[in-house]
Design a protein around this ligand. Structure first.
Ligand code: ZN
Length: 162
């Protein structure tokens, strides 16, 4: 079913380029493969989701997203963890999931490997960064019930599940 505007429960395809405040490109979608997300489910950063709300196919959107509406403020916190408590293929820059004392899953990132210790931080690599998005909306469709249950889109042929 076709959808005419971006709203909650719509699967949105966008082409985007993300730059920092100095104009340096941080990330960009592949020309042949747009980013596909489910609107209203925090699949993308909240500031960009807000900026896209109500937009149509063909709309070009420029959004400047503050860290608090992006990847959060930088805490600067680091923790040292024994290397043998980590997956054997651990690498700097890798993100992992940990469970906190309340059973909530929290992501963290590997910033260094020093001898038999791994240094990790809860800060996303783009924490504290003002995000400058250039977005073009390329397609919209209604989500399937399964996608709504999962809170994320599935591939056009049902593959690409994660
Ligand atoms: Zn799924």
């Amino acid at each position: 079913m076709a959808e005419s505007i971006i709203r909650e429960d719509v699967v949105v395809s966008i082409q985007y380029t993300l730059r920092d405040a100095k104009g340096q490109v941080l990330d960009t979608s592949d020309a042949s493969e747009p980013l596909v997300y489910l609107h209203g489910y925090e699949n993308i950063v909240p500031g960009l989701e807000d900026a896209l709300d109500g937009k149509k196919v063909g709309d070009k959107v420029k959004a400047v997203v503050a860290p608090e509406d992006g990847y959060g403020e930088k805490t600067g916190e680091v923790e040292r963890v024994p290397r043998d408590a980590m997956p054997p293929d651990i690498e700097v820059g890798m993100d992992l999931l940990a469970e906190d004392e309340d059973g909530d899953v929290i992501p963290f990132w590997v910033v260094a490997i020093e001898g038999d210790e791994v240094v990790v931080t809860p800060d996303h690599p783009l924490a504290g960064v003002e995000l400058h998005f250039d977005v073009e909306v390329v397609a919209l469709r209604a989500a399937t019930k399964e996608e709504l249950d999962h809170g994320h889109p599935h591939g056009p042929d049902g593959h690409g599940h994660h």
